[in-house]
Ligand binder design. Structure first.
Ligand SMILES: [Zn+2]
Length: 304
């Protein structure tokens, strides 16, 4: 990628603020397909079932990943240290990608007479507190609508990308843009409508709605890449392939298969590899919001 635009000021780097010290008090993390925690519904980044399988594979109890956000803050925040050169480089990369998303989404919103409110992106290591409860890195990148922040542990993301076979700077940018896509959905009221629909649905239909939410975030990531590239030529050769590869790597079917499980489409919460690639590509080729209506054709009549 070629990133020489301005860095965003909305990166909150918590990586030098000590580490997580306390224990989690149980409960399913929102990142695993949408549990309601501490007043917010966290939206997972990579794949709910996929990550659940990953946890089982890694021997991590997902019920330990998030607390309810109440009680004393178990995070140590007093001790700070100097950023290492690697940390500074990664902060800069993230701030530039976020800055690119801000430029694109401000423009897209102003076209429809709306004003885009920039989200905050929190970088953390190990664990941190969010408006949707406490989070450990194993939950994967996620967006918390309650505090309008994207949470990313870059070390964990790098390890996950390596495990999934989705390396590259644009693969990372795709993941960030996907999470920002959830923020866009939040701003447009799509998350709220989807939640209302889910509350009236059985588990299988609720999963199907969640898949539409996730595929739309993939489409928004593609839309962002096209718009940013049209304006500022951010893409280099191989970048699109990296993005498509990353989208395929986090498809529910592939992750279920890789975890040694039978593929169960009714349990999907993020969509199959083919669907994720398809919607990322639609966003990338069309570059407009209307093209990203992943909800058309739902039994509920295509709303939201
Ligand atoms: Zn997501």
């Amino acid at each position: 990628m070629r990133l020489d635009g301005p860095e965003s000021d909305n990166v909150e780097d918590r990586r030098r603020q000590g580490g997580f010290r306390g224990g989690f008090r149980g409960g399913l993390p929102g990142g695993l397909g949408g549990g309601r925690r501490g007043g917010g519904l966290a939206v997972g980044g990579l794949g709910g079932v996929a990550l659940l399988l990953l946890f089982l594979f890694l021997g991590i109890d997902p019920s330990m990943l998030l607390d309810d956000g109440s009680g004393p803050n178990p995070y140590q925040t007093q001790q700070t240290r100097q950023a290492t050169p690697d940390e500074e480089a990664s902060r800069r990369f993230v701030a530039q990608v976020l800055g690119e998303t801000e430029q694109v989404w401000r423009e897209q919103f102003s076209r429809v007479g709306r004003q885009y409110q920039d989200p905050t992106l929190v970088l953390y290591t190990g664990g941190t507190q969010s408006g949707c409860g406490g989070a450990q890195a194993q939950v994967g990148p996620f967006y918390c609508p309650a505090d309008q922040k994207v949470y990313i542990d870059l070390d964990f993301m790098a390890a996950l990308q390596q495990r999934l076979g989705a390396p590259g700077d644009f693969a990372s940018a795709y993941i960030i843009a996907h999470e920002v896509g959830h923020h866009v959905q939040n701003q447009l009221g799509i998350l709220q409508l989807a939640q209302r629909m889910q509350s009236r649905s059985d588990q299988e239909d609720a999963n199907a709605i969640q898949v539409r939410v996730e595929l739309q975030a993939d489409c928004f990531a593609g839309l962002w890449a096209k718009r940013a590239n049209d304006a500022r030529q951010i893409l280099e050769s191989g970048d699109v392939e990296e993005g498509l590869n990353a989208a395929a790597a986090v498809g529910d079917d592939r992750l279920q298969r890789e975890a040694g499980h039978r593929v169960q489409p009714e349990s999907f919460t993020h969509g199959s590899s083919a669907e994720r690639v398809r919607w990322f590509r639609i966003g990338l080729e069309r570059g407009d919001l209307v093209a990203c209506n992943t909800f058309a054709g739902l039994p509920s009549g295509g709303t939201p």
